[in-house]
Design a protein around this ligand. Structure first.
Ligand SMILES: [Zn+2]
Length: 393
């Protein structure tokens, strides 16, 4: 299973109302980098250490300690803000490492400012606040940004100020998890089996089916226990209600804590049980990819509201999360795919149809459990989306 991260640089244009302050800050930064660079050059044995260790040594040499330690060397400007100097130390350390491996130390090094946390704040797609040096003091300055918006759910790393011709650019490293879809494509090409899931609000927490690469159904699994779960929860909620009358006026922070803890454990217990059943089913049938249904936000909100807080469907949120990490541990890829339309089609012949109670009946008379019908269609929809992408253009 492929895991890990990729880092891309987001290049944005920066508009700073204080051009002069950018200049003085950059000048101070270059001085600082040169200062640390010289210190390190004289201590070549440090080059082999990691950046953090090097930083520690430089701090000892240049910053006074709480224990009254006097620094041997004073950095430019006397005292530099902690994240400003650490950024400069890192830059100098990397320059020395590079120089050491090339066995030639340049006289001067060119350094663009990298803003560590603490030197910038409120970074959005359209603006950032930078801590700049005006020659006398540090000032927070709001700057504009233009460029494509950051990807969702990505980690933003320390940005660097770069001059490109007459423009001021803000290079922002963006760390993203490797796309599962890319890995899934490879698995599909290798003929991986797909397990698709449909969560329900009945006695079945989930109905699952395994399809082979030709979309033929190999196995079906029904994870029951929804009614028992609902029953347990109701009994506990009644106790909560009953105890409220006695504890409401008490000066207690969580009067029904005992029962709420029971409820929490009940949720965890059932979510573990169901996710384990699904994982076992996947393993028994050598599934490479697990497909979970995704709905649009409004639909999810409404159906969750209707099904209530302690319902099998509501528990699917937790089951889904457990499935994600359990599948990961088993080397099974999880994909979430929009389930729109998967209920309205017959999974046997593709014709439209309608539900009657728990059964889906198509125009051609096929009858299938409606949840199984939805699960099968979801699995096929997933397989088809990959086939489409693989067609030679
Ligand atoms: Zn049919």
């Amino acid at each position: 299973m492929k895991t890990g991260y990729s880092i891309k640089t987001w290049k944005m244009r920066l508009f700073c109302p204080e051009k002069q302050m950018i200049k003085t800050t950059e000048a101070l930064y270059r001085e600082a980098v040169a200062f640390y660079y010289v210190l390190l050059k004289e201590r070549e044995e440090l080059c082999a250490e990691n950046l953090l260790t090097i930083q520690g040594h430089l701090e000892k040499l240049t910053v006074s300690g709480r224990d009254g330690r006097e620094p041997k060397y004073i950095p430019p400007g006397g005292k530099l803000p902690v994240y400003f100097r650490r950024s400069a130390m890192n830059k100098a350390a990397m320059a020395v490492k590079t120089a050491a491996s090339a066995e030639s130390f340049p006289e001067k090094i060119d350094a663009n400012i990298t803003f560590f946390k603490g030197m910038y704040k409120d970074l959005t797609d359209t603006s950032v606040v930078l801590k700049l040096w005006n020659g006398k003091k540090w000032i927070w300055v709001l700057c504009g940004l233009t460029g494509r918006p950051f990807p969702k759910e990505a980690a933003i790393l320390s940005p660097t100020l770069v001059h490109e011709e007459k423009w001021l650019m803000f290079h922002v490293p963006v760390k993203q998890e490797n796309s599962d879809a890319r890995a899934a494509k490879e698995r599909m090409q290798e003929g991986a089996r797909v397990c698709s899931v449909r969560f329900t609000n009945t006695d079945s927490f989930a109905v699952c089916t395994v399809l082979d690469e030709g979309s033929r159904q190999l196995a079906v699994k029904n994870c029951r226990g929804g009614n028992a779960y609902r029953h347990h929860c109701r009994a506990l909620l009644k106790k909560v209600e009953a105890s409220r009358a006695f504890t409401d006026k008490d000066n207690v922070s969580q009067p029904n804590r005992k029962y709420y803890m029971h409820l929490k454990h009940l949720n965890e217990h059932y979510a573990h049980q169901v996710s384990k059943e699904i994982m076992d089913f996947c393993k028994e049938n050598q599934t490479g990819i697990l497909v979970l249904p995704e709905y649009d936000e409004d639909f999810s909100r409404i159906s969750m509201y209707r099904s209530g807080n302690y319902s099998p469907l509501h528990l699917s949120i937790r089951i889904r999360n457990y499935l994600k990490y359990k599948a990961w541990a088993e080397g099974i890829l999880v994909l979430e795919l929009r389930a729109d339309g998967t209920e309205k089609q017959c999974s046997i012949c593709g014709a439209t149809g309608k539900k009657q109670g728990s059964v889906f009946i198509c125009q051609n008379g096929h009858q299938v459990n409606r949840f199984l019908n939805g699960a099968r269609n979801l699995g096929r929809k997933c397989q088809e989306s990959f086939r489409k992408n693989n067609k030679p253009s």
